[in-house]
Write a protein that binds this ligand. Structure first.
Ligand SMILES: C[S@@+](CC[C@H](N)C(=O)[O-])C[C@H]1O[C@@H](n2cnc3c(N)ncnc32)[C@H](O)[C@@H]1O
Length: 296
């Protein structure tokens, strides 16, 4: 299956993240929560990696946590946006960088500037949803993983920002909110890229806001506003904004707050110790309690 045609415009997305690097940490509440939940899974792994790639490092929150969790590891932080790479680098002292040989690289997850078999772990929080071709991305991750190496990641599913998408639908038929692939499509891409034993699960997290304008402002500060090819390039009229914010009011909860839903998908998979050219078609696993529901 081909990835959805509505993938983000990479140039625009990169420019958005270059701009957001300065103020990202001040508004990245959901991103921190999701990263912490993924980091909490590290002790479940029966391995202590010495070479780790933090893919889409952003300002380096996960790189720093990974270095603390695995003090002997060499961390390579990679991001598409130079300003993000610089922020990550500044989290480490010159001594830390020298002693462990940490690396800070500007590059693209879909075409990784590393040799085959470079890392024992690839860790990636909330980056994969920005990639244009997921099979290509997972293929690159498999290539740079050593045999027996592990990938851990989070991404976003289609229910993310569903209230904002529904509110814009009251305005026009344009694409105003980024679109996200279904967990099953992400799992299929992992299988096509020949990652072994893929496992995925999801949960809905809800952020709350006093009003819809604050949500839209936060998305812009994060660099996570609409960068889809189908978006309008003109200025949005005050009348349209008013319609969106008024429609969003229908979601106001009994506690007086407006919800912003995030469908958070967690995944992990391995590079098989021994790869055969013709691997049998596999399946990805979803925890039993999530089968039979929306994603069953
Ligand atoms: C939402 S931020 C997450 C950053 C960090 N992992 C965290 O949890 O705070 C997504 C990051 O992915 C980067 N990114 C997006 N597409 C990328 C790509 N194709 N290759 C590398 N980095 C990418 C962006 O520049 C941005 O810094």
């Amino acid at each position: 299956m081909a990835d959805s045609p509505l993938r983000p415009d990479k140039q625009q997305m990169r420019a958005a993240f270059e701009q957001s690097a300065e103020h990202y940490d001040g508004v990245a509440i959901l991103q921190r929560e999701v990263a912490d939940r993924l980091l909490e899974r590290l002790p479940l792994l029966k391995m202590v990696p010495e070479t780790i790639l933090d893919l889409g490092s952003g300002t380096g929150y996960c790189s720093e946590k990974l270095a603390a969790h695995y003090p002997k590891a060499r961390i390579t932080a990679l991001d598409l946006a130079t300003a993000m790479v610089t922020k990550t680098r500044h989290r480490f002292s010159g001594w830390q960088r020298f002693r462990r040989g940490h690396q800070f690289v500007c590059g693209d997850a879909e075409s990784l500037p590393f040799a085959d078999n470079s890392f024992e772990m690839v860790f990636s929080s909330l980056t994969i949803q920005w990639c244009e071709n997921l099979e290509q991305t997972f293929g690159e991750i498999r290539r740079v993983l050593k045999p027996g190496g592990v990938l851990l990641y989070t991404t976003l599913g289609p229910d993310t920002l569903r209230e904002l998408r529904a509110s814009w639908a009251a305005v026009d038929k344009g694409v105003h909110v980024n679109t996200f692939l279904d967990m099953h499509d992400v799992g299929d891409a992992m299988l096509r890229a020949r990652l072994a034993e893929p496992v995925m699960d999801m949960e809905l997290l809800t952020m709350t806001y006093d009003d819809a304008m604050l949500l839209m402002r936060d998305l812009k500060t994060l660099g996570a506003h609409n960068v889809n090819p189908g978006r309008s390039h003109g200025l949005t009229s005050p009348k349209k904004i008013k319609t969106v914010t008024q429609t969003y009011e229908s979601f106001r909860m009994p506690d007086g707050q407006l919800p912003a839903s995030y469908e958070v998908v967690y995944g992990h998979a391995w590079r098989a110790q021994k790869e055969t050219l013709q691997q049998p078609p596999g399946e990805f696993a979803i925890p039993l309690e999530q089968l039979g529901g929306k994603h069953g």
